[in-house]
Ligand binder design. Structure first.
Ligand code: PIR
Ligand code: CA
Length: 317
């Protein structure tokens, strides 16, 4: 089988695309989806994760609800980019896939421990609350996973404050714990994801698929395009897709190593991912930082995954 992935998300338009890639790419084995409050409240993003799986015909992947609030701070949400539902644009179906009774952190621990050591990659695409809780619940998690490929942070500038990216700012204490733990972390931050703008050419390729799922994705990207246009972007950044792609295709991104830590006490810079490429702080490297993207490769894999999910399952026998 392919890469074993556990996707921890807050859908979210780009989280929805991350789900589709993780569920539809032939190199992926999606073990579970967990949700975390972020782009919208925990109830909304959990509903959205189940709605996306329902539209895409993804069944048999456990979906568990996670943290309703950050470890210590007040929750923040992002309705300016994702709307009141968290997934504005398309009509959302009533979910037909069940909700797993376990808490997200529990499901994360149980799933990782149920597989061979060094085989499961955690892909967080929302605030890092569930991941920090799972680490606290089972410290051996760090040595048991293959790695963590997270969407969050940046080494230049933020999107929620000048210094901080939304997912890190939303729960900086959790993010600090994730970067500090002794496991291989890949940071797919804004410097990378702002190279992944879902332009008309990509949208055209999705539209041409002509399936109901393709229509759903087109409606998502339509809303997301308008939201990003208000901030002067020619097209929306599909951040979370990149964190999944990094796990499935070793050639889609390039990286530089750095020591990364999260600012917790800044006056203006709380939630900043301080990224030391040059060893100025004298700390050992703890992160592989994504710096450049092979765009064609990303769009090819996304279109293929949407095409694969959108077509009816081959008849048995
Ligand atoms: C939050 C997001 C995207 C844009 C803004 N302005 C705020 C969400 C995306 O789902 C992604 O995971 C991350 N958080 C990008 O900051
Ligand atoms: Ca997200």
């Amino acid at each position: 089988m392919g890469e074993k992935i556990l996707l921890d998300c807050d859908p979210g338009h780009d989280d929805a695309l991350a789900i589709l890639l993780a569920a539809g790419d032939p190199r992926s084995e999606l073990l579970a989806i967990t949700t975390v409050a972020g782009n919208q409240t925990i109830d909304k993003v959990t509903h959205n994760a189940r709605a996306v799986c329902t539209v895409a015909g993804v069944s048999g992947v456990p979906i568990a609800r996670g943290a309703a609030a950050p470890l210590v701070r007040e929750a923040i949400i992002a309705p300016d980019y994702h709307g009141e539902s968290g997934l504005d644009g398309p009509a959302l179906p009533e979910p037909t896939v069940p909700l797993d009774p376990r808490a997200a952190a529990e499901l994360i621990v149980e799933t990782v421990l149920a597989h061979e050591p060094g085989t499961v990659t955690l892909v967080p695409t929302g605030p890092l609350t569930n991941i920090a809780l799972a680490l606290a619940l089972e410290p051996r998690l760090a040595e048991r996973v293959k790695g963590v490929s997270l969407m969050g942070g940046s080494y230049t500038r933020g999107n929620r404050t000048p210094a901080a990216e939304f997912n890190i700012l939303a729960d900086p204490e959790a993010a600090a714990a994730v970067f500090a733990a002794d496991w291989p972390v890949t940071m797919v931050g804004l410097d990378l994801t702002h190279q992944a703008l879902a332009d008309d050419a990509f949208r055209g390729r999705v539209r041409e698929l002509g399936t109901p799922l393709a229509g759903f994705v087109e409606d998502l990207l339509g809303f997301f395009t308008t939201a990003y246009a208000r901030r002067g972007f020619p097209a929306p950044a599909v951040h979370d897709l990149c964190a999944v792609a990094a796990v499935l295709d070793p050639g889609v991104l390039t990286y530089r190593e750095a020591f990364v830590t999260v600012e917790l006490a800044g006056r203006w810079t709380t939630g900043m991912t301080v990224t030391d490429f040059d060893g100025l702080l004298g700390r050992p490297v703890n992160t592989r930082v994504a710096v450049s993207l092979d765009r064609d490769r990303l769009w090819d894999m996304a279109v293929a995954a949407i095409a694969r999910l959108g077509r009816p399952a081959p008849a048995a026998g």
